[in-house]
Design a protein around this ligand. Structure first.
Ligand SMILES: Cc1ncc(C[n+]2csc(CCOP(=O)(O)OP(=O)(O)O)c2C)c(N)n1
Ligand SMILES: [Mg+2]
Length: 363
């Protein structure tokens, strides 16, 4: 699926058993089960979103994260109090990962006022600054300079935090991404660029869209540290590498690029076909051998942390939670015409303080 990466400084790290890495070795059973629960919640949420879309309850685009759960859960689980996160439009997993509630997310998908963006953003534009979650962005690569800005803000204010800045494998060729790399390296900004390499950018495979031997290796040109997480389906491996990158950002204010290999099961968005550009057997093979939830479930059963009974209870509770969120969304009101105009331009919300003389869309 992906080109062979060159021998790099990361090979040693990816080869070692991530479960033994210090960040994972210290985990208690409850925390391990929590990561499992978090992944199951994302999967069930996504499945329910698909159903609601098919029922005509959700309009616009819907980009499902099914198959990539270990990435969001692994990354969010190592974030500290001063860390921030920004991502693209495939943003549901990260939102649940930082602790946003299913009700406000499902309601947002339904375009309802009780949604996290008051029904005006939809699936691609989740936001919750109180959880340091800065979206949810639809312009491919557009969030990357914003992530650098967040990191700059942290450094400027003397806060020991970092910004996890996510992008897809298709975004790496955007000019703004390279401008961001340059600035982050030049100014030693605490940012971790995370490439979620799910193998495809819409219907184009990663091999067909990117030149060079390695996506993350492009960091070399900017003198940045980088690594590849080959087994992005393993939540332990994700935690291991992301925590190392965060440490570099926290302790030395150094940026880095992490490429996490993963896979998406569904079409680019639910309106797109799943498999006209890839063989169905490729999807089935990944599901069979590398499904993040099954992989982790098997590991935790072997560790004696999970039992069949706990697995069943977690699944039932996740299903009930998503069902409640769909009912909540269904029974919530739409924004009014007045609501629609709010929170768009500061000047519109604060006419008494308006200083600019330009013409606004709503004028
Ligand atoms: C600047 C820009 N160009 C093109 C598009 C259309 N577009 C939307 S998603 C996408 C593919 C991006 O793929 P990737 O970065 O791999 O993310 P993934 O969908 O796999 O999560 C494209 C080309 C866009 N939204 N913005
Ligand atoms: Mg992709």
């Amino acid at each position: 699926m992906t080109k062979k990466s060159p021998a790099t400084k990361n090979t040693e790290a990816t080869a070692r058993d991530a479960r033994q890495a210090p960040i994972n070795a210290k985990l208690g059973a409850d925390e391990k089960i929590q990561f499992y629960r978090d992944m199951v919640r994302i999967r069930r949420f996504e499945e329910r979103c698909l159903r609601s879309y098919q029922q005509g309850k959700i309009g616009g685009f819907l980009h499902l994260y099914i198959g990539q759960e270990s990435v969001a859960v692994g990354c969010c689980s190592v974030m500290g109090d001063n860390d921030h996160l920004i991502t693209a439009y495939r943003d549901h997993g990260h939102a649940l990962g930082v602790g946003m509630g299913m009700n406000e997310l499902m309601a947002e998908n339904f375009g309802k006022y009780t949604g996290c963006s008051k029904g005006k953003g939809g699936s691609m534009h989740y936001f919750d600054p109180s959880r340091h979650y800065w979206g949810g962005h639809g312009i491919v690569g557009g969030q990357v300079p914003l992530g650098v800005g967040l990191a700059y803000g942290l450094k400027y204010k003397g806060i020991k935090g970092a910004c996890l800045t996510f992008m897809g494998d298709g975004a790496v060729n955007q000019g703004a991404v390279h401008e961001s790399y340059n600035l982050a390296a030049l100014m030693d900004l605490p940012v971790v660029f995370i490439i979620e390499n799910n193998g495809y950018s819409m219907g184009t495979s990663q091999e067909l869209s990117s030149a060079g031997a390695s996506l993350a290796g492009r960091a070399e040109g900017y003198g940045m540290n980088w690594a590849i997480v080959e087994n992005g389906y393993d939540v332990y491996a994700v935690r291991d590498q992301v925590s190392a990158a965060l440490k570099l950002a926290h302790d030395q204010s150094k940026p880095s690029v992490l490429e996490i290999r993963t896979y998406r099961y569904r079409g680019h968005s639910v309106a797109d076909p799943d498999s006209t550009y890839r063989d169905k057997t490729e999807i089935e093979e990944y599901k069979r051998t590398k499904d993040p939830i099954i992989y982790y479930q098997t590991a935790l059963l072997a560790e004696g942390v999970l039992t069949e009974d706990i697995i069943k209870k977690i699944d039932e509770s996740a299903r009930a939670e998503v069902e409640t969120s769909a009912q909540f969304a269904e029974h919530s009101p739409y924004p009014t015409m007045e609501d629609v105009k709010k929170d768009v331009y500061w000047e519109v919300d604060n006419p008494q303080d308006k200083k600019s003389t330009g013409c606004l869309f709503f004028d």
